[in-house]
Design a protein around this ligand. Structure first.
Ligand code: FES
Ligand code: FE
Length: 425
């Protein structure tokens, strides 16, 4: 069974959903996959989105996607939609994509705001790039525009990654930002540029997608292309890691790794993780022949035969090789649908067709993401069955998956405990 703090947990809940979750947690075997309802119940999905995920930070894109004033992008999660803009003063703003007149969505996809103004397509109220209401068509002369701007959301930019929270009181993010500086500063991700993006819909619960994301037990059977190149999961991984430490030292590079992920995150702080992992001997990048396909990034003096991982929050995972990087940003849509936005980056001044060819850069993670979609969707189909029961994680190789579900259960338990009185009554 799951380790439980000494809390008045089961007795606390007379709210139907709180009671349901409390009973499930009480019966959850430790280091096993979750019980069926955690993956399938729309009521549990609604509870976890509202009570667990909203205070976390979500990576909505990279700043190179909105490099010029007036450019914007749209990020969707659950039933929410967020507009992220670059204003004339260079600032990046995030705001709810909900018109303050009668609630229409304003922007659809990314684009450039004509005249630096966002215009609602319904009745043409218009907003500045910071979300302030500029023109409220056909409203009285004395209408209070100042109090009808778009709802602004907390936003931070770290190594070019745009992080947004949908909560007024998000988790503390400074440590996670220092973490990305400590590992991706060497690659100068702040000045990298996006060259391609794929949005992939998994017909699966978000937790199944994330459980898969953090383990490489499946890499052998599901990802032959990945497994041919990466040292992760090899019997001699420890030795390869030691050799990487020595190589890194010889290159006079300093990467700061840490593990404040899942339950290691201090109370009230966003979770984060950074690690350096070797490629297979002789492999320099994750490409069809193991050779780099784009200019070396940042201040790396040489291709170092390694990749660097960074996580922030439960949903945002990043990988970078010495010549290109990738962003895995998951956003739940419903209990049985999750979007993975996969984004590729290269050095900011690299020229397409000269310094790199897009299809060579995208090859590995195109095939790997497609394979992940298939295995995660098959997992979800199996979990829907009357014959599904939680199964044991294979430790240590699935240890991060076990850590992820432990974090999830703990976060749900805390959320149930702190339900407001009116919900628990
Ligand atoms: Fe946007 Fe009416 S709903 S202007
Ligand atoms: Fe995978």
């Amino acid at each position: 069974m799951l380790d439980k703090p000494n809390r008045n947990f089961l007795a606390n809940n007379s709210s139907p959903i709180g009671n349901t979750i409390a009973k499930l947690i009480a019966n959850q075997p430790g280091d096993y996959s979750l019980q069926q309802a955690f993956y399938t119940s729309p009521e549990i999905y609604r509870f976890e989105i509202d009570n667990v995920l909203m205070k976390h930070w979500h990576c909505v894109g990279h700043q190179s996607q909105i490099a010029e004033a007036g450019q914007y992008l749209v990020y969707d999660i659950d039933k929410e939609s967020i507009i992220v803009t670059r204003a004339q003063d260079g600032e990046i703003y995030a705001m709810s994509n909900v018109c303050r007149h009668r609630g229409s969505r304003i922007c659809d996809g990314s684009g450039k705001a004509e005249g630096n103004t966002l215009v609602c397509p319904y009745h043409a109220w218009s907003y500045g790039l910071d979300g302030s209401l500029q023109h409220a068509r056909m409203m009285p002369r004395n209408f209070d525009k100042a109090s009808h701007g778009l709802t602004r959301l907390p936003v931070r930019v770290a190594q070019g990654l745009i992080l947004v929270s949908l909560s007024e009181s998000p988790l503390e993010i400074d440590t996670a930002i220092q973490t990305v500086d400590g590992i991706y500063g060497n690659y100068d991700w702040a000045n990298a540029k996006v060259i391609h993006q794929n949005k992939i819909t998994f017909k699966a619960n978000w937790k199944l997608a994330l459980e898969n994301q953090v383990e490489c037990m499946h890499c052998g059977p599901a990802h032959p292309e990945f497994s041919d190149l990466h040292g992760m999961g090899l019997p001699n991984e420890a030795q390869l890691r030691q050799e990487l430490v020595e190589r890194t030292k010889a290159l006079d590079l300093n990467f700061v790794c840490n593990d404040l992920w899942a339950l290691n995150a201090p109370e009230g702080h966003e979770m984060t993780f950074a690690d350096r992992v070797p490629m297979k001997p002789g492999v320099l990048s994750a490409t069809s022949d193991g050779n780099p396909v784009a200019p070396i990034m940042g201040n790396l003096p040489a291709h170092d035969g390694a990749f660097s991982l960074y996580y922030v929050g439960p949903h945002n995972h990043f990988i970078t090789y010495s010549d290109y990087g990738g962003m895995f940003c998951y956003s739940p849509k419903s209990a049985d649908e999750t979007t993975l936005t996969f984004t590729w980056l290269v050095r900011g001044d690299a020229k397409e067709g000269v310094d790199y060819h897009r299809e060579k850069v995208t090859w590995l993670w195109d095939v790997t993401s497609a394979a992940d979609k298939k295995i995660v969707e098959d997992n979800h189909l199996g979990v829907l069955s009357r014959f599904y029961n939680p199964g044991p994680y294979a430790l240590p190789i699935e240890y991060k998956t076990a850590r992820f579900t432990k974090w999830y259960l703990e976060a749900m338990m805390r959320a149930v405990e702190t339900l407001p009185a009116e919900d628990a009554a």
